[in-house]
Write a protein that binds this ligand. Structure first.
Ligand code: ZN
Length: 198
């Protein structure tokens, strides 16, 4: 990169630190950015800074939000007694898109993975257990059908069942190894409706 001005090299270097951005993509993005109108670059930079500053985890469900309580948890229309447990905010968005679930969510922000050294303490399980102290009718476990997702589902179900709360798992219509977000709404709905008690 020594052929470029030091500012340009610096920009490429910063961009190449982003996930999925190799040297080639970083170069392409950097050239694109320096040719953008100044106000567009300002807006992009400001948006990134503001998002990083303001986005946090919902006090109740741990999804990413810019309020203390996310709009779903804050809505009086949602059934607070039914909690669907998902791995991340993208999975939550996938279920929300179906428009057919009127309960609330709990976002684990990950899944248990002995291989990657992610234990139960590394995901938002403690927060889930705290919520179960309240009035909860059903916990729907909608983690992915990957090894990590299944391990997490099993772990949670063993943890919750002694409390006498109904625990269900979404049906296995969801392709193995498939990310929830890449699955179409009909398949998701079928998985939700065909959930089985654990
Ligand atoms: Zn929330």
């Amino acid at each position: 990169m020594e052929y470029y001005s030091s500012q340009l090299s610096k920009l490429m270097e910063e961009l190449s630190r982003l996930p999925g951005i190799g040297i080639k993509s970083a170069q392409r993005l950097a050239f694109h950015i320096i040719h953008m109108p100044q106000e567009e670059v300002d807006r992009l930079a400001e948006t990134m800074v503001e998002a990083r500053k303001k986005i946090r985890y919902c006090r109740q469900c741990c999804t990413l939000t810019d309020q203390e309580l996310c709009p779903i948890c804050a809505s009086p229309k949602r059934d607070q007694q039914v909690i669907m447990v998902v791995e991340n905010s993208r999975d939550l968005a996938a279920y929300e898109k179906t428009g057919k679930f009127d309960g609330v969510y709990h976002v684990l922000q990950g899944a248990i993975s002995p291989m990657l050294g992610i234990g139960p303490g590394e995901i938002r399980l403690k927060e889930l257990l705290q919520r179960l102290q309240g009035d909860v009718k059903e916990v729907i476990i909608a983690t992915n059908s990957t090894l990590e997702g299944e391990t997490t589902a099993m772990y949670i179900s063993k943890l919750i069942k002694p409390a006498g709360i109904k625990v269900t798992r979404i049906a296995s219509g969801v392709p193995v190894g498939g990310d929830l977000e890449s699955i179409d709404e009909v398949t998701l709905l079928r998985a939700l409706e065909g959930r089985v008690e654990l």
